[in-house]
Design a protein around this ligand. Structure first.
Ligand code: ZN
Ligand code: ZN
Length: 685
């Protein structure tokens, strides 16, 4: 009889160890233990409690329920419960549970204290920690290295470095964990120099060697500081120590390279890593996206899909922003599908990223659908939607949404007003814009930033109120930047006010002598007035200072692939056909009576060449590619990183007519819907 029961007990212990992996299976195990009268065997039950209290997919409430059914829980079970609470959402429960334990007459051991000390560290409660320290001294557990390290960790995490150092300095017990506690504590509160100093001392100590925990702390300090040089040194030092293959350390180093902007090293490390998890992929995808390599980040995401690594919310927010930047609508839609199918948490960040992506990819209708379905909307969500409507020139709708936002009790912020003011500007709503501008200052006490002034100058200039705009700039309480002057200058030029344009043009270059756009503007003023000598002089001035023109990029997505073009690009695999298509477009546009306006090409070249270089602006190449590779009559969608030039704008209007294609182009500031020879912006942009 006895041997039979012993047999069941052994069997069940083994079985439980492998069986308690989910809540559902734990419930089965619970029933099994009750059925076989094994609930009094602490050893068996402790497996169940361990899983529920400690593992990530456990359930502390359920663990507590089981605990209360155990007649005489042993030390291990008590400690397991305390450990679970200390790691859980409310660490103070660990301390309460400790007191319950004491009240039931159980004496804490060298495992109990580290867990309650962890709770104190997480609660940042050094006084409570000090009380436990006194009890530890009373029961004589301070010479235990596990207890000692927990004390150091607790004091360091609470920022009580004096107390931590008192225990740490010269202590013969200290090991690598003690060092890590000190270093990690310093990094945690931002005392980076102290952390590096401590590490220096550690490397001089003979009997201790840094491990991956040490290196992760230090590398993350470099990330915070943006200290690439030191980060690199630490990376090569970890290789020397043979630690470089650790996944967590690899992720930390990769993140450091990405955030410090060294993408080449990041890419190289990524390729070398034998093991990669979702963090690894997300780091590099986000690193690429935040340094403007959107196309590369999308390619990497596709590779991640092939390798069947499940993305998380952070990855998807990142990828959606890359889609938004390059107008990759199909890939954006695919991600939307992925979110719905895979049951990825629809948090407000992710939904906002979807709204933003759809708006920037030209599907304001989809953006509105997602926005309408959102159950929780924070200010970022409202801002994305209002900003999106503004870009599409839906001024009235944006204003209506702004009213609804206030009605719903959501407080608008400075970004909301940038959206609202630019909505007024794109829709030519001058009075409304002026009203919102004063509402912002007086009702919401928001100090206008340069962007808000920029919107106002833009608004006045588009409405051809150049004198008002000039007065507005001169009365600003902060010093106007060169972008404001440049907006005004553009307006003067369009209205043929040459004298004022020249004056402002010179002023703008004084303000920002390193920005290429400013030189281009002034020389365009001269070119527009056929003063080619002056135009040339400015161009040479720019050249002699070594200022390069910002490259214009256009992107087009065809069959889920994003193609990128720069002016005069010959790198595409279909280059020959694309250029033939451009010739064909020019021929047919010319037949329709379109004459290129060459005034925007400030160059020391003759008329014919001037016209030729205009042909190869990146948006024309992208459109040519689109015409070749999409079905007749279907819509063509492109994105450009700069403002579309006058010539391309009128060219695209004619293209939409003679090729019978609707073209949607997003430039730096808004959307243009070209249809049957005209544009939705009504030539205001
Ligand atoms: Zn152009
Ligand atoms: Zn337009």
């Amino acid at each position: 009889m006895i041997s039979h029961s012993k047999c069941i007990k052994n069997l069940s212990t083994e079985w439980l160890k492998n069986h308690c992996t989910t809540i559902k299976k734990s419930k089965q195990a619970h029933a099994f233990l009750l059925r076989n009268c094994l609930f009094d065997h602490n050893h068996a039950v402790s497996k169940l409690v361990s899983f529920l209290a400690i593992s990530k997919s456990g359930d502390l409430v359920y663990a507590r329920k089981i605990f209360s059914q155990i007649d005489r829980p042993d030390m291990f079970i008590w400690n397991t419960m305390i450990r679970g609470y200390a790691k859980g959402g409310n660490p103070s429960e660990a301390v309460s549970f400790y007191h319950i334990m004491i009240a039931s007459g159980v004496v804490p051991d060298n495992f109990t204290f580290p867990f309650v000390l962890t709770a104190c560290g997480r609660l940042r409660a050094p006084d409570m920690g000090r009380r436990f320290h006194a009890e530890i001294l009373k029961v004589g557990l301070e010479p235990d290295v596990f207890v000692l390290n927990s004390l150091i960790q607790m004091y360091a995490n609470c920022g009580s470095f004096d107390a931590a150092l008192k225990l740490f300095d010269g202590n013969p017990l200290r090991d690598v964990v003690s060092w890590n506690a000190m270093i990690g504590g310093y990094v945690h509160v931002g005392f980076y120099q102290e952390a590096f100093d401590q590490f220096e001392e550690m490397t001089r100590t003979i009997d201790v060697r840094p491990d991956t925990v040490t290196m992760v702390s230090l590398v993350s300090a470099c990330t915070q500081l943006g200290d690439l040089d030191r980060g690199r040194l630490l990376h090569s030092y970890s290789k020397e120590l043979g630690l470089a293959m650790d996944l967590q350390l690899g992720n930390a180093v990769l993140d450091m390279y990405c955030k410090c902007g060294d993408l080449a090293s990041a890419q190289q490390l990524f390729d070398e890593m034998r093991q990669r998890d979702v963090l690894t992929w997300t780091s590099l995808i986000s690193g690429l996206a935040s340094s403007g390599c959107f196309q590369e980040s999308l390619v990497l995401f596709r590779q991640m899909q092939w390798e069947k690594i499940r993305p998380d919310e952070v990855t998807l927010v990142c990828v959606l922003s890359a889609c938004a930047q390059t107008g990759a609508l199909d890939q954006g839609k695919y991600i939307h599908l992925l979110i719905e199918r895979c049951g990825i948490n629809e948090d407000v960040m992710l939904e906002t990223a979807l709204v933003d992506m759809y708006a920037k990819c030209g599907r304001i209708d989809f953006a509105l659908q997602v926005f309408d379905k959102m159950r929780v909307r924070n200010v970022f969500a409202w801002n994305a939607m209002i900003g999106g409507l503004a870009m599409h020139g839906h001024g009235q709708h944006a204003m209506a949404l702004f009213e609804q936002m206030k009605h719903d009790g959501m407080m608008p912020d400075d970004v909301t007003f940038i959206g609202v003011l630019s909505a007024c500007s794109h829709a030519g709503l001058v009075d409304e814009g002026l009203k919102f501008f004063s509402e912002m200052k007086e009702l919401y006490q928001i100090q206008p930033r340069m962007e808000h002034y920029g919107c106002m100058v833009d608004l006045l200039c588009r409405a051809r109120l150049v004198d008002h705009a000039l007065a507005f700039i001169e009365n600003m309480p902060i010093r106007p930047n060169s972008i404001l002057w440049a907006t005004l200058l553009g307006a003067c030029r369009n209205h043929g006010d040459f004298a004022l344009a020249e004056k402002i043009g010179k002023r703008v270059i004084e303000l920002e002598p390193d920005a290429c756009g400013r030189y281009v503007l002034l020389s365009n003023v001269y070119a527009g007035a056929n003063q080619w000598d002056d135009a040339l002089k400015i161009r040479n001035q720019m050249k002699s200072k070594g200022i390069e023109k910002t490259a214009g990029f256009s992107w087009i997505e065809v069959n889920g692939m994003v193609h990128q073009f720069v002016a005069g690009d010959r790198s595409h695999f279909q280059t020959e056909q694309i250029y033939m298509m451009v010739e064909e477009m020019c021929r047919r546009v010319k037949l329709d009576g379109h004459v290129s306006s060459t005034t925007e090409v400030l160059l020391d070249i003759n008329e014919e060449e001037k016209e030729h270089s205009l042909y190869f602006h990146s948006e024309k190449l992208a459109i040519a590619f689109g015409l070749m590779n999409t079905a007749p009559g279907s819509l063509i969608r492109i994105v450009k990183n700069l403002r579309v030039c006058n010539d391309c704008h009128s060219f695209l209007k004619v293209v939409s007519k003679v090729f019978d294609r609707e073209v949607v182009a997003r430039d730096r500031s808004r959307f243009h819907h070209f249809r049957e020879g005209s544009c939705s912006c009504m030539d205001f942009w």
